[in-house]
Design a protein around this ligand. Sequence first.
Ligand SMILES: *Cc1c(COP(=O)(O)O)cnc(C)c1O
Length: 359
Amino acid sequence: MNPRIEINTDKLTYNAKQICRMCDEHGITPAAVTKGFCAIPQVAASLVAGGIKILADSRIENLKKMRTLRTRTMLLRLPMISQAETVVKYASISLNSEWKTLQALNEAAGNQNRQHQVILMADLGDLREGIMEEAELLELVKRMQQLKHLSLIGLGTNLTCFGAVIPDENNLGKLTELTKKVEKQLGRKLEFVSGGNSSSVYLMMKNRMPKGITNLRIGESILIGTESAFGERVPDMYYDAFQLVAEVVEIREKPSLPIGEIGMDAFGGKPTFTDKGIRKRAIVAVGKQDLATHPVKSLEPGVDILGSSSDHMILDITDAEKKYDIGSEMKFFLSYGAMLALTTSPYVSTQLISGGLKD
Ligand SMILES: *Cc1c(COP(=O)(O)O)cnc(C)c1O
């Protein structure tokens, strides 16, 4: 069924192996982040096959879908008190910053006779979640000792999300310093020092990862092979494990300049055009309802994307190497945002494929 997203699970297993190897060289255990593909269990299984031991997602519904894989699970978004019971049921670990939430999780864990593991989040400048003051963090650590059904297993931070702050020796160094103070206060070692997401992967690539970081929560780098601090490719990965396939519904020769007075387009923007004369165009049946405004790139040689409205994407196929007809399929390379939107859209189907690995 079109449009569809093709997911190559062999390529993902390969990517997971590569990330596990890279992390291992730096003393890091990666958690694979599954929200980019809505935690489709068979896709998550391909990451586990590549050596991933922890699956992480921001939605508890997604962790629930993957429970048959029997890995440790990590909830990435701060838990809602109203979901405390499901959080302790389906997440082995959650990231936290609020005393009230910790109390609710403790109570829920007690009700279910479980021990729930907690990572406390420190805000090192990105200004999304986390505690900013060292004294407040140490106080929370102290208070947590009353909560018998919770185990504090680590500290974590999140960077390059809201404030686009790049992880470096300075901010991640602060996290390892904080960890030492918490460990001293507790008189024991913490298992997790969780130093961020795919934007921290470049520090491993450049051999600059500060000592003492023991975990990263990695989505983008495993799924599309890029680090997210500078958008560079991680070497020797597959960058096209996820592809969008859309179907041609019109092919016509049209002028490159619209005819008439130019007002606003369907999304309130004012478009500009350059005159290239008469061009051969194709329309494929996919649009902003499926992709929002996240970019995709044509995988068809010589085909340019001109733009899209809610349900149509318009392409210039004048210089295309292949011949297209009504009903032909065209393939596109996905950005991480596009993957997230497409796998969430009820109008887009998913198809798992395998094979196609180089030598
Ligand atoms: C989404 C998310 C991640 C993973 O981010 P990527 O850029 O996909 O690696 C890590 N940590 C938290 C808290 C997240 O919400």
